[in-house]
Design a protein around this ligand. Structure first.
Ligand code: ADP
Length: 188
């Protein structure tokens, strides 16, 4: 089993690039954000708990997220997995390394797509007009970005210390050219 983590601030294009990678490489994909939004629209117990937190721009508890991840990995043993939206803090990262160790994962790669904070805001406000995601308003976006820079971005240094390869990608450019760069760098 291999693990690829797609990483970067809100609006960097992770979700779009992840979908293309799934098509181009035929790998399995888990987006914790999408999975939680599905639970919300199905009005499950999990969806009700997660919905309140997500709409305020907060992070869902590590316990819930790790439960989802373990469940997904059990069902997809032996596959290469692309993680989107996870891990999001140092604790989730430590747990992920433990879980991967247990499942005998050989390689972990991180694709770090970066854009400036102002670009995140511009893109998410634009998306808000099209998709009507309840967490896409200026106040909530700022809160999510604060959490990203305080809790999520520091994961990169943690991974570096663990000897994990980080592939840095500039998130400004066309969808196709960014995908091509990612595919080429994954081969290196
Ligand atoms: P974005 O990156 O734009 O915030 P996502 O779709 O990745 O969008 O996530 C939406 C929301 O789902 C997050 O704001 C958070 O509340 C919740 N969420 C997703 N993944 C995690 C995670 N790994 N840990 C905690 N909360 C999460």
């Amino acid at each position: 089993m291999e693990a690829i983590i797609i990483f970067g601030p809100q609006g960097c294009g992770k979700g779009t690039q992840a979908e293309l990678l799934v098509k181009n490489l035929g790998i399995k994909h888990i987006s914790t954000g999408q999975l939680l939004r599905d639970e919300i629209s199905k009005e499950t117990d999990l969806g009700k708990i997660a919905g309140e937190i997500i709409n305020k721009g907060g992070l869902v508890s590590d316990e819930i997220i790790l439960g989802i991840i373990k469940d997904f990995l059990e069902k997809n043993r032996g596959n290469t997995i692309l993680f989107d939206g996870f891990p999001r803090n140092i604790n989730q990262s430590i747990e992920l390394l433990n879980i991967l160790d247990e499942t005998g994962a050989k390689k972990i790669k991180v694709i770090n797509i970066d854009i400036p904070r102002e670009e995140s805001m511009t893109r998410l406000l634009k998306r808000a007009q099209i998709e009507k995601r309840e967490d896409d308003n200026e106040e909530t976006i700022n809160k999510r970005l604060d959490i990203y820079y305080e809790q999520t971005q520091p994961i990169l240094n943690f991974f570096k210390q663990e000897g994990i390869k980080i592939i840095d990608i500039n998130g400004i450019g066309s969808i196709e050219s960014i995908q091509e760069t990612i595919l080429n760098k994954l081969k290196e």
